[in-house]
Design a protein around this ligand. Structure first.
Ligand code: 5GP
Length: 201
């Protein structure tokens, strides 16, 4: 059986990653979204085991010691990590897995799994990111400045990805990522078994 594809989506806060991922999951029934563990506090609308597995620093540290992460990184003062066992199990079963992770984690995934598909989601121009970050009801200018700095750093990492997708309209974005995934499954190197020749030839 062919292994599932590992697809990584990154992009700055406010670019629309969650909407794109939801759309892609609808377009690809059976795809597995990896729920990360994090040490950050839950936001009001977030549910344990759906958005994240919320952990204390000590719990997260124990998971690191137990080698329970596929990858993990520190981002904006908190730890985030992809639980290893569920991802590896799905890939073995031929199920495609999608990760929503930041660039340090994405680069670690590429090292571990060179055939992973890395997609960087961007806005048409940076002012859109800025407007979305400001529109989130956060009036704390220092917090906004910090997020903008983080977003600028993330943009500098985009050339290291396999694909850059402009999040223009949600439907278009989903279609673009779907096409990337489809094309990756058609790569010759992964499909040489299809070239069986008749014995008479
Ligand atoms: P937020 O706190 O806004 O939910 O996420 C902050 C950042 O952490 C986002 O860029 C998100 O993609 C990233 N992130 C979420 N889960 C993981 C993970 O398991 N590993 C890594 N490296 N980054 C993650």
């Amino acid at each position: 059986m062919k292994k599932g594809k590992l697809i990584v989506i990154s992009g700055p806060s406010g670019v629309g990653k969650s909407t794109a991922i939801h759309g892609l999951m609808e377009r690809c029934p059976g795809m597995y979204f990896s729920v990360s563990a994090t040490t950050r506090e839950p936001r009001p609308d977030e549910q344990e085991g759906v958005s994240y597995w919320f952990k204390t620093r000590q719990e997260f540290q124990s998971m690191i010691t137990e080698d329970a992460f596929y990858e993990y990184a520190e981002y904006s003062g908190n730890y985030y990590g992809t639980p290893k066992a569920p991802v590896e199990e799905r890939l073995r079963q031929g199920i495609d897995v999608i990760l929503d992770i930041e660039p340090q984690g994405a680069m670690n995934v590429k090292r571990l799994c060179p055939e992973a598909i890395l997609v960087f989601l961007t806005a048409k121009d940076f002012s859109i990111i800025e407007a979305r970050l400001r529109g989130r009801g956060d009036t704390d200018e220092a917090a906004i400045t910090k997020r903008l700095k983080q977003a600028r750093w993330e943009y500098t990492q985009a050339p290291r990805y396999d694909y850059i997708v402009v999040n223009d309209t949600p439907a278009r974005t989903v279609e673009d990522i779907y096409c990337i995934l489809t094309a990756s499954k058609l790569r010759a190197a992964d499909n040489l078994d299809l070239l069986k020749m008749e014995e008479s030839l």
